[in-house]
Design a binder for this molecule. Structure first.
Ligand SMILES: [Zn+2]
Length: 89
């Protein structure tokens, strides 16, 4: 699998670390149920998904990678929201 980092170009999967599903964080005042779902409940999609990946073997940028979990085809890669190189999204 190859991922095209927006800063470094196309690289091998081994340079990246998957950091989990790219889901929206609840607002600070969201209720306990919203935070419980955010922290503990995840879909396990068979098909298109969006995940946080970090280019740990390169620029250390946090990225949102759109890929198909069945075919591993990467449909896109962009910097995570609020991105700073090496910083968390
Ligand atoms: Zn990079």
């Amino acid at each position: 699998m190859r991922i095209t980092c927006p800063f470094c170009g196309e690289r091998d999967l081994r340079e990246f670390t998957c950091r989990g599903a790219a889901v929206e964080r609840p607002a600070p005042g969201a209720g306990e149920a919203a935070w419980d779902a955010y922290l503990h409940l995840r879909d396990n999609p068979a098909g298109p998904s969006r995940e946080y990946w970090q280019h740990t073997g390169g620029c250390r940028a946090w990225l949102v990678v759109s890929r198909d979990t069945l075919s591993h085809a990467v449909a896109g890669c962009r910097p995570a929201s609020g991105h700073r190189r090496g910083g968390r999204p």
